[in-house]
Design a protein around this ligand. Sequence first.
Ligand code: PMP
Length: 668
Amino acid sequence: MNTIENIKKFISDLTGNDVSELDKETTIFELGIDSVMMVNFVMELNERFGVEFTLNDIVFSYNTLETLGKEVDNRQQEKSVEINYKKDVDRECSIYCEPEVMSTQLKNSNLLDKQTLNNSALTTILDIVRSQEQTMERVFKLHMDMIKYAGAESGLESIDANKIDDSRINCTTEKKHKENTKIEEGGDVELSENTSDIVLTSCQMEMVQGLIQVMNEKMKESKSVVDYERKELADLDESAGFSKLLKELHYTPVIDYASGSKFTDIDGNEYIDIAMGFGALLLGHSNERQQNVLKKEIDRGFQMGARHRLVGKTAQLICDMTGFDRAVFTVTGTEAVMCAKKIARTYTHRPKIAIFTGCYHGHYDSTLATKLSFSNKIVPIAPGISEASLMDIMILDYGDMKACDEIREHKSELAAVLIEPVQSRRPGAVYKEFLQKLREVTKENGILLILDEVITGFRCNNGGANVLLGIDADMCIYGKAISAGMPIGVVCGRKEIMDHADGGFWQFGDNSYPSVEKTFFAGTFFKHALSITSAYEVLNILKENNNRIQDELNDKTEQLANNLNSIFGNFNVPIEVHHFASLFFFSAQDNNPYMDIFFYKLLEYGIYVWSGRTCFLSTAHSDDDIRKILEIVEKVVKDMVNGGFWKKNKDNVINGMKKGIPSIVFEK
Ligand code: PMP
């Protein structure tokens, strides 16, 4: 089999698509490899073929079967030459060590005279060292690309900074200018031949440049503040998903004040906020009841250290509403995940935790991993994450019943199965049966089932997805909505499990004591006065309303999603809005760079979506807000179609083959 055939086989294994009949000019984007798979695709390609490509290499330079095949051949040959070369040097010098040691030994040896040493052996060694450095650089670059594509949290590929140099844009603009005579007529506009290369047509460029100009004028202050403060403030939010083309738009609005469903930036622009604090602001910005209790709490003095008067009552409310026995508080969802895992290990005396592809559980090392599908090797998703921290996790495929077999197989070492009941990047995909099956299998094998409801908890229902979907998990993790904007994380569970957090129940006046084996976690800001005060009020609001708040919000979101989908359908634009409860997500199958532009256009007209693109409605969103959202989205779609984006029909079909899952793992 030649290399192209081998690559076809590899892609077929990876995507499940039959690609045998495709010609060599087909791009990998047409093969059902989406932005998430792309990261794995590169890692696995490297592993399978013993080469070292970066993500950018593949996306921008070797993206057809033919170019990729040739480059794989080249790199394999280079590598074998390199290896042979190294062998020769080893043989001649009998050493392969630090350059200084090597040069001393070489100098002392009779093998080579000085001239030869300088000109040949040393140069060769240095070449090898350099090549190793380059390899390291490439590996590092791949990781950085992964952060950009995945950790950047958008799941939306950006136009590559290095690829679109000015000369290329100009060149394409020139070339395409004549072809795009229809621009002025506002008709269909041909895209550049090489759509995968993300070269914009003159018509598209014109629109993007106009957008940049308008936004830079509109958000002058925000832009200059972000720019000025960058030197001291290292802020991933301001560099996530960086693209050279959209560089001048790479700043977030700096908020001056916020109220209800909206905020105003320091330039005086008002936005309808559909990021809603990454899902935390269930009751909108500055909910009156919440604000009142917080103001009063500050007036009572900043208490820290001794027990807050509402902390136990808040735990009681949470347990009452979720049906669990006991709760512990942390500051963030990430910490709550860490605690839950420790409690589960202590309870079961087993080391491993199973997590799932496509789930996000915060920024704790041992969940930031991905699995290579050929080797099943678990690797960190970013530099700085130690491989050792991944020793105790297993990664299973979300929604795949085969996961149950793997759980059974590893039952003796599995403490818990940790899963998002609904993934924030795929809110339309609710695998109720799968979750129930997981419940069954874990129960049968004494493994704990932990639902990470940091996003879904209290947002979809007072009992979270656990109650809504009838899962009956052993433990649940909450955050975000429970305190409606104040920092909090909560772990809840059955008594016999949660007792491992504090040694269990004991009381005065008898011989009881905290007798249960306990793990350790503690935090200066755990049970923080303001977070607890806020959570207590929010929980009371939700309880008083007996799920009416969430039911209404869920209906509103469903209607919004349907109406948005009608707009996209009417314009034949390959975007679909999926939702679960009041979480919704604009899914795009391909042409992802256009999505960046789409979201900047929303911002231009006054809708704010954060870079991770998970969207939320809050109780503060009025019918008028919803109407405005629909009007703005329609306006943006029209502008973009007239600007030459998403020419009719063609762009949203990937050779009639299975489309990749439009999801991404990471988010705030
Ligand atoms: N779990 C899930 C499902 C999340 O979505 C998040 C963050 N959005 C976390 C855990 C981590 O929470 P935090 O950002 O509060 O640490």
